[in-house]
Each structure stands twice: as C-alpha cells, then as structure tokens.
Design a protein. Structure first.
Ligand SMILES: *Cc1c(COP(=O)(O)O)cnc(C)c1O
Length: 359
C-alpha cells in the first residue's frame, strides 16, 4: 500500500512509547509490572516494539495469529483470550503464558506442552463479577490450581488473574482486588508454593492504582487502551498520558451546497435506519471516501471543530463543512480522532491504510 492511500490510520509510535514509559514508572511505584496488550493494533509488530523500547517485558494479545507474528521479539508472550482446544499446539508454540478456566483445555495444553518438550505457564482466571471469563466459585478455581500444579505435566501454575469492566461494567475496587489476593494466598498455602503473578485487571484499574486503592499483592496489570490511547476506566484520559497516538485521515470526493433536509423523505437509509434531519437551511457539504463498512460514523470526532459528521452509508461519509476553519477543496484530507472501538474497526478494515511512524 502506498503511503498516500486514503482513508489512512496514522499511528504515532512516539506517543505509544512515551505513554508506556509513563505508565511503567507509575505501576512500578505501586509494585506492579504491566503487561503490554497489543490486540488493538492487530498485526503491528512495530507497536509491540515501541512498548518493548519503553521497558515492557511481556506482550499480550487475544489472538494466537498475532503472537505468531511477533515470535522473534525477545519478550514473554501472553495469550489473553481463553485458549481454543483446536489451537493448543500453536498456543504452546507461540505463547509462553495463557489465561485459563477450563479443565479440558488445560489437559490439551498439557499434552501439547509434553509433545513439544516445553513448559507452558498458566494463569487461572477467577470471575470477580464482570461475568466474562473465569470460575465464579473460588472452590472451582482452587480445584483447577491443584490440578495444574499436581496432575498436569508440562504446565506450571504462574498465578491467578481476573478481568473486569469488559462485559458487566464491574469496576476494579479495593474489595474485589483484595478477594483475588486472598484467593491466591489460600492457593499458595494449600499447595505450599509461591505464585509469581496476581494479574488484577486491565487499564480499568489504573485510577484505583493512582488513588492508592490497589491492594498489596496485585503485581500485574494488563494494559492496552492506556498505553496506546491514554484511556482508563470509561475511556477517561489518564493524567500525564497522551490521547493522540492515532488519527484517521479521509479524502474529500465532493463539495456542494445542499439543503439540510431531503425532499419527501419516507424511506429508510442504506443501513436500515429511519433518518432524522434538522433544518439548518442550505449548507456546505463534503462527501468523503469512507463508510460504515470501515467504521461506524458515530466513532468519528473531527479535529476541526467547524466540521460536523452528518451521517454515512456503507461507502460514503457526509460532513457539514459550512463552518470549517480551512477552506476545503476536493482531494483535501479531513482528520478525525476515534474511540477505542473506532480504532479497532479501522484496524480490521482492509480498505483503511495504516501508517506507523515516530513523529
Ligand atoms: C483486552 C484485555 C485487556 C486489556 O484491556 P485494556 O482496556 O485495553 O487495557 C486485559 N485483559 C484481558 C483479558 C483483555 O482481553
């Protein structure tokens, strides 16, 4: 892909490296070693490298295909999404550590590890109430811990983890994080071992850490959105980080004065929505080469405060540029920042170019 292809996602690796440095320093003040979560950038080894430059020693991803692409980077690789039994061989080959909650999966990983003459490290996931992955019953987590430690060769029990604020909107709190630490201590006492890792939560736990509420014992956070986009819980900006690592550029393909309300509007729009219009008179409109096939238009925040996103069909973005600061011409580029899911959608659209550089 040529550099000047649009739409294009511009990723500023300097911002990711600087955010990572800042958050590593912050975490270490609180006895926490962060893992760099790279799943937002899909196959971008360069994002992983920016994190590693800043001092990250474990890179995590949800998909084993992405870890395969960074196999040669000299850090530990952690698989975030619970392993698929069908991929047990690759998971042991390309991930040093995985998050687990299922006995059958652990058996498959154990067999794959023996076959490859490797040791695979297991973090057991305990569900603290967000109701995505992990055992809800502490007795079940303890049973799996015994199983991994005593009965499954090829596996070692690395530690205990939990995920929050992903499905159920449950915030990391001192109480739920302490419950994880307590459970880890019970497992340590029962098995007579020391667990290396208590992996508390994601970027959602950073405000708790900043406020001094993360209990002693939690020694790992898995950070993605915060390192890349400077976001914590509820997409709130984290102090001393930057939110401008990623911007989207789209090209104007038409500029016309048009009425703001269609005549005889009775049909649904291209996405099956009932369109609603505000009568603002005739306005100056730009059509840009981007659509719902690439990213949901509600994710787009124009840098120019005079640009307003009116809507989109599958391949066309419609903008009101009546009050735009710059006098746009056809062929000009309009820039947007995006929310987390907007970046995710653009990353997986093959029609959106990606340009990574240190600006
Ligand atoms: C995505 C993910 C993270 C990172 O979440 P961020 O909000 O991007 O920091 C951490 N843990 C698990 C299990 C994840 O799937």
């Amino acid at each position: 892909m040529r550099n000047q292809d649009f739409p294009c996602l511009f990723v500023n690796l300097s911002v990711i490296r600087d955010n990572t440095r800042t958050l590593i320093a912050l975490c270490r003040q609180h006895g926490v070693e962060p893992v760099g979560v790279n799943k937002l950038s899909c196959e971008a080894a360069n994002v992983a490298r920016a994190m590693i430059d800043a001092g990250i020693s474990t890179i995590a991803d949800s998909r084993i295909q992405n870890l395969k692409k960074i196999a040669d980077l000299p850090v530990d690789k952690l698989l975030l999404r619970l392993p698929q039994i069908s991929l047990a061989h690759d998971i042991v080959a390309y991930a040093d550590i995985s998050l687990n909650s299922e006995e059958h999966t652990l058996q498959a990983l154990s067999a794959a590890a023996i076959a490859q003459n490797k040791t695979h490290r297991v973090i057991l996931m305990h569900d603290l109430g967000d109701l995505r992955e992990g055992c809800v019953d502490p007795l079940e987590t303890r049973r799996l811990a015994r199983l991994v430690h005593k009965e499954l060769p090829g596996l070692t029990l690395e530690g205990l983890g939990a995920n929050l604020a992903c499905y159920g909107g449950v915030e990391p709190t001192t109480e739920n994080q302490q419950a994880l630490v307590d459970l880890a201590h019970q497992i340590e006492d029962e098995l007579g071992i020391a667990l290396r890792t208590i992996s508390g939560a994601s970027s959602a736990a950073l405000f708790l850490l900043i406020n001094g509420g993360l209990p002693t014992g939690v020694n790992q956070l898995r950070l993605g959105a915060s390192l890349i986009m400077g976001f914590g819980l509820n997409d709130e900006p984290i102090p001393d980080t930057r939110q401008d690592a990623i911007k989207l550029g789209v090209e104007i393909i038409e500029l016309k004065d048009k009425p703001s309300v269609p005549q005889h509007s009775t049909a649904l729009d291209a996405m099956g929505r009932k369109p609603v219009f505000e009568d603002l008179g005739v306005h100056h409109r730009a059509l840009a080469a981007l659509g719902e096939q690439d990213v949901s238009f509600s994710q787009l925040r124009p840098f120019d405060p005079g640009v307003k996103v009116l809507g989109a069909s599958s391949d066309h973005l419609i903008l009101d540029v009546t009050h735009a600061a710059s006098g746009y011409q056809v062929g000009d580029i309009v820039y947007f920042s995006l929310g987390y899911s907007g970046v995710l959608q653009c990353m997986t659209s093959e029609y959106v170019g990606k340009q990574y550089s240190y600006f």
